[in-house]
Structures are given as C-alpha cells and as structure tokens.
Design a protein around this ligand. Sequence first.
Ligand code: GDP
Ligand code: MG
Length: 449
Amino acid sequence: MVLEKLSESLKNTLQKIAKSMFVDEKLINELIKDIQRALLQADVNVKLVFDLTKKIKDRAKEEAPKGLTKKEQLINIVYGELTDFLGKEAYKMDIKEKPFKIMLVGLFGSGKTTTTGKLARFFLKRGYRVALVGLDIHRPAAMEQIEQIAKQVGVPCLLNKKEKDPLKIWDEFKEEYKKYDILIIDTAGRDALSRDLIEEIENVYNLIKPNENLLVISADIGQTAQKQAEQFHKSCHITGVIATKMDGTAKAGGALSACAVTGAPIKFIGVGEKTEDLELFNPPGFVSRLLGMGDIEALLEKAKEAITEEEAEDLGKKLLKGEFNLIDLYEQMVAMKKMGPLSNIMEMIPGFSQVKMPKELLQVQEGKLEKWKHAMDSMTKEELEDPEVITTGRIDRIAKGAGISPKDVRELVKQYSVGKKMMKMMKGKGDINKLMKKFQGKMPKGFGM
Ligand code: GDP
Ligand code: MG
C-alpha cells in the first residue's frame, strides 16, 4: 500500500479515539500531536502541518452535530480536514472534444514516458481510441522507449526518430490525429526547469493547445515538490499534476500536500513501474483508505454497543453525589458485564486491587441479570429507590410477582448494599470519570477488539 507508514500511524491514532471513552482536551491534544508526528515523518511541510492541526483542534471544540457522538465527530473532522488538505474532490475526466490532447511535462526521470503508457492503458480500458505522440527529441533512447511502451499497451505511437524539432514532428501527423479520441503526448525534460525547457514547453504548448497539460512529478522529492509545482504552474500552463513513484517513498505525503497548495490539482498517482500502476487520484477515497475508515467505523459501532459516553457520565455523576438506586446498580451491572469481568476492572483502580471484594460482586452470573430485571419490575418506586426498606415479607411478594425465588431477590438486595458500600469507598478515590476511563483500558478484551 502507498504511504504505508503514514497510514499505520494515522490508523493507530484513530483507533485510540475509537477506543477511548471520553473525548476531552487531553485526548484531543494527544491526537493533534500524533497527527503532527505522522505527517512530519511523511515529509509534510511544517507550516502546513500546523495549519492543518490547528483547524482540527478548532473544529474539535464545536458541538457534535445531532446524531453523531463526540468520537464520531472527531474522527469525521480528521477525515474531512485531511481530505481537504490533499485536494478535496476527485478529478472528473471530461473528454469534451476529439482528439482530446493530454500533454505530459516535467523534469528528467520524473516518469513522463512511463506515464504515457499508463494513461494509454487507462483510457483504452475505458473504450477510447488512444495514440501516443513522442516529442522527446533530447534523450537519445527516448523514442525507442516510448515505442516499446506503446507496443506493450497495444496502442499506435506517432514519432519521427530523425526529426529534431518537436513542432515539426507534431505537424507531421496532423491527419492521423483525427482517428483518435485521445492523444497522449510525451515531451522532453531537463535536470531543472531551465529557460531552455520553459521555452520548449511554451512553443509546443502554443502549437498543440493541449486540453490537459499535466506536470509529472516524482513523489520521492517530498515537500520540495512545492517549488517545482509552483514554477511549472507559473510558467508552463499546468492544468494538473501526476505524482509518480508513490509506491517507493515515505515522503509521498509531503509531495501530495505540497502540490495541493499550489492550486495544481493532483489528477493521477503512479504507484509502480508497470502500466497498470496508475490510479485516478480521489482524495476522499485515498484518505479513507489511509485512515482505514472501514475499520474505524466498525470499531465505533462496537464501542456504541457498550456503554455510551453520556451513560457513563450520568452514572459517574450520580455515584459521586451518592444518589444510587437499584436501577443504577442494574444499569451498572449491565455495563460492567459488557466491559468484561469486574475483577479485571477493579485491578485497574488505584487502591482497589488490595480491597477484598465479595466474590459475588465480582461475578455477574449468566442469567442473574435477567432475574433481577424481573424482580425490579415487581418493585414499587420506593423499593427501587431505597432497597433497604425491603423487608422479608416484601421479598416474598416481589419473588412471587417476578416468578423467581426469594433467594434471587435477597441476592439482589445484598448486591445493592455491597455496591453502595463500594461506591462510598470509591468516592474518596478521586474523579469517577477518570476511573471510568481507566475501565476503558481493559475493555478490548470484553469487546473483542
Ligand atoms: P521520464 O524521464 O520523465 O520520461 O521518466 P521515465 O518514464 O523514463 O521514468 C524514469 C524511471 O522511473 C523509470 O525507471 C520508471 O520505471 C520509473 N517510474 C516511473 N513511474 C514510476 C512509479 O509510479 N513507480 C515506480 N516505482 N517507478 C516509476
Ligand atoms: Mg522520457
């Protein structure tokens, strides 16, 4: 995969969000740092990185839109900002007139000639009649190279090995061009964008008037692509960029973001040496793959099945205030059950690993919750709010109403008083929200994540 390392770090970052229980400032700061580190390693320009992460941070402060949790909102912001960062939309190939002329320009070795073959294949597969035109009169073996590539793809190649003037070569095949839907024109490069090269491109451009004049740029130059793209953009009527060699470099993020800021959109990316190694550049899809969005969505879905942020927060607040009724206990038991064995969770809380917990509290047995739910349905409001008022006589009545044994009801009442005691102990242990967050660390087990 292209940009494997960047993808790996960004995925880890998003996983962190998906798995955390609360979105708070600390998490956002951590996320920002992670993204900065990942992008800087991909050779993205420092200023661009800071601009981007500032945007993410500012937007993270916004209220989550209806129907989105804070986590989903945060992941969406990262996704959206990265997509914008790389050029927003996919380029729509609009073959308006025929022949549609696509000219490739760029420095030596950037991949122009290779890319003519890739583009030819791309359009051939989409049903167009395509021909290559070879106008690189500088490189000694250039004509042989493009001839061979054309043969490999199975398209005609129009060139003249003896002629040294690209304008004359172009004029030579005027009649031929009518047979094709698309012409892909290879031009000569130089080591740098010299006066000489600008002039040559200018002359060819004015004669051919290409519909697309694409700058081919090698992604392995990283953020220095910006200068190159800007120069070409200014002097050579560039309509877009093809970033090649995306497969062999960790710096591609730098090249892509650098081109995006010049206003010359990236239209294709080259991802290998073979003719099929070309992709239409689609920022939303690209970023989605980079971030492993499919996986993230699945993860968020799973997290949703467990306790929600609001639920946890509500419960935390209630417990802190000491308002703790049987329904809270029940809800907490359900939540705990989803999180995994309570004993695992207790170990996470400072000071609690030493506290001797009654065994029955640490294990919510299968089937128990169901019985307790029935018991609670048969209780009065007063009993639910304060189970300590439940006398032996009431226990029998509840059991009968719920169709369970008095023993089950007694267990529930006992569970409540143990739970309440536990909550009193926890009250002295600091912020309950922090404790709840610690539970999260243990969650993956119970979650199957
Ligand atoms: P030109 O001088 O601009 O015409 O560049 P060429 O088309 O001759 O390519 C220069 C070298 O880059 C060749 O060895 C190509 O095989 C290689 N190349 C071009 N595009 C890609 C790409 O997307 N990935 C990889 N790995 N190599 C590429
Ligand atoms: Mg070439």
